[in-house]
Design a protein around this ligand. Structure first.
Ligand code: ADP
Length: 319
């Protein structure tokens, strides 16, 4: 394989730049020409590609987001759109692709490979919901951003004796809430995977006050329910003073942590080597401190559940 392209697609996540940088430099070291596709599959269809050399990926390892841009493309979901995209790659002689993105982006790559483009995927999403990998690129940074907010909110919760509800990202999965909540010593963690009852939460908070807790932190994954509504309910039903903080998109940005930079670099190197070895339709995952090849059909279309052991531990430690 003489020419490959790199692409970031779907929701951005910190560490995507580190993945691009590593993929480009590993490929160049093997004498392979590398192209960068701008703005995800939309850019692939629009033929928006730039030739990348080693210098073009300098000064990005420390930056969040993706310097190539990312986008969502409805057109790519159609066969005609994918045919146009594949034609643009073929006409440049690009035979292989390194795709960093979430479940949707990897599904798209799988369909593109049916048109003769080999690909190796990298799990890039802050949600950590991709099957076949212990961690996704960007998750650790997002958790640390949420944790930083929890630490700060804890100070003010403590000073005023309040209940603070922190809403974090996670529409379908509670990995960020569970991990940041556990690390931040939250009293209650609400995730989409575990339904809850507002009345029980309110009672639990009153019980903990009776046991001497002066304040409480509740971490709510956005998919578990609205922190704002829960805060109002708690205030109305328990008389406790509540404040709500919705973190939103700050969790998607920021300088990637050391963990995410290393993860991205290691996964990307393995991905390029696999592509060079003629492999396709796989994702490189990270399991037990090793980079592993995961058949794409196993990785997409199913969600990685939160770790019940972590959930149990968070509960034990919140007493
Ligand atoms: P993520 O990759 O973060 O899960 P999306 O689900 O939005 O984000 O997917 C990103 C892009 O991947 C979509 O805009 C679309 O271009 C492509 N994609 C997603 N699902 C499919 C699919 N089923 N078939 C073809 N392309 C898809």
């Amino acid at each position: 394989m003489k020419k490959i392209a790199v692409i970031t697609s779907g929701g951005d996540s910190p560490g995507m730049n580190a993945a691009i940088r590593a993929a480009v430099r590993v490929a160049l070291a093997q004498g392979v020409e590398v192209w960068g596709i701008r703005n995800g599959y939309a850019g692939m269809i629009a033929d928006d590609m730039i030739r990348l050399d080693s210098r073009s990926v300098g000064d990005i390892i420390q930056k969040g987001g993706t310097f190539l841009g990312t986008a969502r493309s409805e057109e790519f979901k159609t066969l005609t759109g994918r045919q146009k995209a594949a034609e643009n790659l073929h006409s440049r002689g690009i035979e292989g692709l390194i795709v960093t993105g979430g479940d949707g982006s990897l599904t798209g790559a799988k369909l593109l490979s049916e048109l003769g483009i080999k690909f190796v995927g990298l799990p890039g999403t802050i949600d950590n919901d991709i099957w076949g990998t212990d961690f996704t690129i960007g998750f650790d940074t997002a958790v640390n951003t949420a944790l930083d907010a929890i630490n700060k909110l804890r100070d003010t919760a403590s000073s005023h004796g309040r209940v603070i509800l922190v809403e974090v990202m996670g529409r379908h999965c509670g990995w960020i809430a569970l991990t940041a909540g556990l690390a931040g010593g939250a009293e209650i963690i609400l995730v989409p995977e575990e339904p809850f009852n507002q009345e029980d939460i309110s009672k639990k908070l009153l019980e903990s006050r009776a046991k001497g807790k002066q304040y409480s932190i509740i971490v709510v994954a956005e998919g578990a329910g609205s922190a704002l509504e829960l805060g109002q309910y708690i205030r109305a039903n328990s008389g406790l003073e509540t404040r709500v903080s919705v973190l939103g998109h700050i969790q998607r940005g920021g300088a990637p942590t050391a963990f995410d930079r290393l993860l991205a670099s290691r996964l990307a190197e393995t991905a390029v080597r696999a592509l060079m070895a003629g492999k396709t339709d796989i994702m490189i995952g990270f399991r037990n401190n090793q980079c592993v090849e995961v058949p794409i059909a196993d990785a997409v279309g199913k969600k990685k559940e939160i770790d019940p052991e972590l959930y149990r531990l968070a509960d034990v430690l919140s007493k």
